[in-house]
Design a protein around this ligand. Structure first.
Ligand SMILES: [Fe+2]
Length: 133
């Protein structure tokens, strides 16, 4: 269950970072970015809940050990890039490592959850990148 608990904690870090940026973002695009970040941390919260409950359904404990230090002092373009990179990293980790691992283990339920997570992260990264232009 190490793989899913590691992903759970990466998702929690990204959730906290997104929420922090929702509060701290400044500049001429404040309103749409404040809203975009709110939508994205809401989607992450739902995914995190599903992931933790999947871990429980598989008979293990959901472990949280989040250390997310976010200053919130970054300028809006840096916030967008930093969040996009975090989404891309999670998507890549799922595609290249976690999904193949659970496919091999014959666990389509977890593969389905992670496949939907990849879609969420790819879409979020696209929206963040598109907002930097
Ligand atoms: Fe808010």
């Amino acid at each position: 269950m190490k793989t899913l608990n590691t992903l759970l904690n990466s998702e929690l870090s990204l959730y906290l970072q997104t929420w922090n940026f929702h509060w701290n973002v400044e500049g001429p695009h404040f309103a749409p970015l404040h809203e975009l970040f709110a939508r994205q941390y809401g989607e992450l919260a739902a995914l995190i809940d599903e992931l933790a409950e999947r871990i429980r359904a598989l008979g293990a404990r959901a472990e949280t050990r989040v250390a997310a230090e976010v200053s919130g002092a970054a300028a809006a373009p840096e916030m967008l890039v930093s969040l996009a990179q975090a989404h891309e990293e999670l998507s890549r980790a799922m595609r290249q490592s976690a999904i193949p691992e659970f496919e091999k283990a014959g666990d389509p339920g977890t593969v389905d959850l992670l496949t939907r997570a990849v879609q969420l992260h790819d879409k979020a990264a696209w929206m963040l990148r598109a907002s930097t232009r």
